[in-house]
Write a protein that binds this ligand. Structure first.
Ligand code: NDP
Length: 484
């Protein structure tokens, strides 16, 4: 990280201050204290980045894919060599436990880079022979300059999940991390210079969504936008991009069910995974199971065991290895989640555990902490069970049988991920086909193979990321037909 607390934009291979010299405060969620400043970039900064990316595009696209892969792997090596520094920075910036950043976020960012560096070399194109004496082959060309916009919950993890396939497939990139968690992307930008990326191939413009982000989406030279964030912003991006016929990939919110059948193997290990699926990263993961559906015949006994485990979760200073949960990412988000808990009470929900803010002693006394909260007694139709809360809040909902479980699980506007706990193999396959979600985990959660399609249905988004899906998104197929 730069010696000053001011982060920089990466434009044209150089670290630069924003044109208007305006800066945003970056808070440490665990303490509420401002510890850095981030460029408050404008359309002028985005335009400079786009111009540089346009200049770099032909050279990058024509570079052999092995060479592009070598540079991306070099960047991965540099991140890995400074894993501890990245993990500490990610934790400080987002409030997540440093242990989680060390175990999940940063290693996964390294894997994203390495995965797409390898994938581009292994990627093959299709050909279709015609009996009448012709052959078609599909030529896939990079799009040119693309925009990548990522959220605050898994900052470097999701940032690299976008820029890695975009760069590997030969595009130049103008990327914006969330203004709430800009630090690790800024450090990655510095390392991309050290890795030897040609100027303009990767540009990182920091700033606010409605200004910097909007300027990226609007810019006529940006051919595609890969976005992860809220459904509301996704809708606005789709509306801006559509008249320009831009490709968009939208990975949006979720209201995911975790479904526990009476025949499930509820070993301690599995129960821990079910707890983790609701509360990992303070519940600030789009894939968290925030509606826990439990078959009525085991509802009472399950609830007792589940609550005992939730009660044992330790909320505290993200820097401490013993903390299972840290702080929520911002004051604004803290207020939103507390508001959702108040709404659940108003709707008649019974708070079984938590439901209040926490003030860990010492340096974290002013931080934005919320106790893990479990609520029951609310029908699926209530706002609490329909709206994404994105915090450490899980609702328990009983169900009678398989049909009832499917109806409740699918009874939401979202369709990102579901998890299913059962030992009945036939049921697992049947429900896998019936659950209207982009991902269905059976007897597991967050088990990710980077080759698989990733994304959601309904209000959870449009398009898929991951593996060949991402490489397809970032390229334009051309059919070449040769008669012989
Ligand atoms: P937002 O939609 O508020 O922001 C996401 C990104 O978009 C940020 O970089 C933000 O900038 C930027 N942005 C905001 N407004 C605009 C705009 N008008 N034009 C262009 N860019 C804009 O989401 P959050 O950051 O609050 O992230 C949480 C949401 O992300 C949750 O709904 C969660 O479910 C979803 N999510 C989905 C995932 C998935 O894979 N489906 C994975 C992870 C999260 P800034 O923050 O600087 O304002």
């Amino acid at each position: 990280m730069m010696p000053s607390t001011r982060l920089a934009n990466l434009i044209d291979g150089r670290l630069q201050a924003p044109v208007d010299n305006r800066w945003l405060d970056i808070h440490e969620p665990a303490t509420g204290v401002v510890f850095a400043h981030c460029p408050d970039s404008t359309a002028a900064d985005v335009d400079a980045a786009v111009k540089s990316a346009q200049k770099a595009a032909p050279g990058w696209a024509s570079m052999p894919s092995e060479e592009r892969a070598r540079l991306i792997n070099r960047l991965a090596d540099l991140v890995e060599a400074r894993l501890e520094e990245f993990a500490a920075l990610e934790s400080r910036d987002s409030g997540k436990p440093v242990a989680l950043a060390r175990r999940l976020d940063i290693p996964r960012a390294v894997s994203n880079l390495r995965f797409f560096a390898a994938a581009i070399i292994a990627w093959d194109s299709e050909s279709h022979a015609m009996e009448s004496g012709a052959i078609n082959y599909t030529l896939r060309r990079p799009l040119g300059v693309v925009g990548c916009i990522s959220p605050w919950n898994l900052p470097l993890y999701l940032f690299t999940w976008k820029i890695a396939p975009a760069l590997a497939s030969g595009n130049t990139v103008v990327a914006k991390p969330s203004e709430i968690t800009p630090c690790t992307a800024a450090l990655l930008g510095e390392l991309s210079i050290e890795a030897g990326f040609p100027p303009g191939v990767l540009n990182i413009v920091q700033g606010r969504g409605p200004t910097t982000g909007q300027a990226i989406v609007e810019h006529p030279a940006i051919k595609a936008v890969s976005f992860t964030g809220s459904t509301r912003t996704g809708a606005s991006i789709a509306a801006t991009a559509a008249p320009q016929f831009k490709k968009v990939s939208l990975e949006l919110g979720g209201k995911n069910p975790a479904i526990v059948f009476a025949d499930a193997d509820l070993s301690d290990q599995n129960l821990d995974t079910i707890v983790r699926s609701g509360f990992a990263n303070q519940g600030e993961i789009c894939l968290c199971g925030s509606r826990l559906l439990v078959q009525r015949s085991i509802y009472d006994s399950f609830r007792e065991r589940y609550l005992a485990r939730v009660k044992a979760l330790r909320v505290g200073d993200p820097e401490e290895a013993s903390s299972d949960l840290g702080a929520l990412v911002s004051r604004e988000h803290f207020d939103k989640v507390m508001g959702c808990i108040a709404q659940a009470r108003d709707e008649g929900g019974q708070i079984l555990i938590g439901g209040h803010a926490l003030s860990p002693t010492g340096r974290c006394a002013e931080g934005w902490f919320i106790a893990p909260t479990v609520i029951d007694g609310l029908p699926n139709e209530t706002a609490t069970n329909q709206q994404e809360i994105f915090g450490p809040v899980v609702t328990l909902i009983p169900f009678e049988d398989e049909a009832d479980a499917v109806a409740i699980a699918n009874g939401t506007g979202y369709g990102l991920a579901a998890s299913l706990w059962t030992t009945d193999l036939s049921r697992a396959h049947r429900m896998g086909a019936q659950l209207d979600f982009g991902i269905v985990w059976i007897n597991c959660w967050l088990l990710r193979d980077l080759r698989t399609p990733f994304g959601g249905t309904k209000q959870s988004g449009v398009g898929r990321e991951g593996g060949a899906e991402a490489l397809r998104f970032f390229t334009e197929p051309r059919n070449i037909c040769i008669r012989y």
